[in-house]
Design a protein around this ligand. Sequence first.
Ligand code: TXA
Ligand code: MG
Length: 334
Amino acid sequence: MNGSSPAGAGAGDEVARAVAILRRGGLVAFPTETVYGLGADASNPTAVRRIFAAKGRPTDHPLIVHLAGVEQLDEWAESIPAFVWQLARRFWPGPLTLILRRRPRVPDEVTGGLDTVGLRVPRHPLALELLRTFAGGLAAPSANRFGRVSPTCAEHVRAELGDRVDLILDGGPCAVGVESTILDVSGAAPAILRPGGVTREQLEEVLGDALVSPASDAPRAPGRLASHYAPQARVELVRRGDMLTRARTAAELGLRVALLVAGSRFVVPAGERWGERIEWVELPEDLAARARELYRALRSIDDARCDLALIELPDEAGLGAAVADRLRKAAGQG
Ligand code: TXA
Ligand code: MG
């Protein structure tokens, strides 16, 4: 059985219930500013194993540990360079995950056996209240089944996990909408493993230096595997100018085609029968709004029972890097 709470009403009681569930090794889905997380007590290996079972996720894929504040950083990580403290103070609470050398107390179940751990302080008030009341670390991946689109509202979590989670805290829709930026600061030079809510430009401003690309022997983050974040429909990345021609070819073959476009749709000539097999999914032009709406749009492709989705990539500056990364993965080109 799982319950949920509307944002605001009785949030304190819900948090107390959530903490009781977490203390006895249960699973609680909670909102963050990026996507909803599926949380368990990061110090309890049995509880952490339940996360993998609920998601159907391979157990060697490491989890992020969520903390209540910067001051907890060295309870979980060691050998923390000064610039990392600076990054944490600048971007936490917020959508930045730092990969650091782990302390021995971090269970292997959390790190998948790696000698590093991912840490972040989320910016959502309900997540922070939960973390402060729990007074420990919460291991939490995105609250979706393995390989599926991350949930950005409580209803998505319910659709993904149903009774596999003991409680869903409802904090409304997520403000950022794509996952945190993962920055590996455990090696010689910091490297972005996954673009996300904090942009490369923002990080470079603090680091005062250009960021290197990840080394080829860096641990593979599963979020970096092709076919992650994928709807069931086939996804093709298409330039705006080629979209209608491609849509027409597919629709004339009898396929139902979703067209994901930023800004307004374009005109299908009147009287064209194939136009009836087109499903328009409009995304906002503004990049922050597009990131926020992205996963809902990907879900709507399947809801509309489309066979094929044609999508245009944004420019890769700023938040565009995270949006383009997720779209490439949806297209199996991670
Ligand atoms: O925004 C987010 O980061 C969300 C919210 C819930 O916080 N969480 C999230 O978790 O996206 P998940 O498990 O879906 O993705 C975490 C990524 C995975 O790709 C994992 O491989 C990587 O972080 N990761 C975790 N620990 C790592 C480590 N020690 N070294 C390298 N990658 C790591
Ligand atoms: Mg995920």
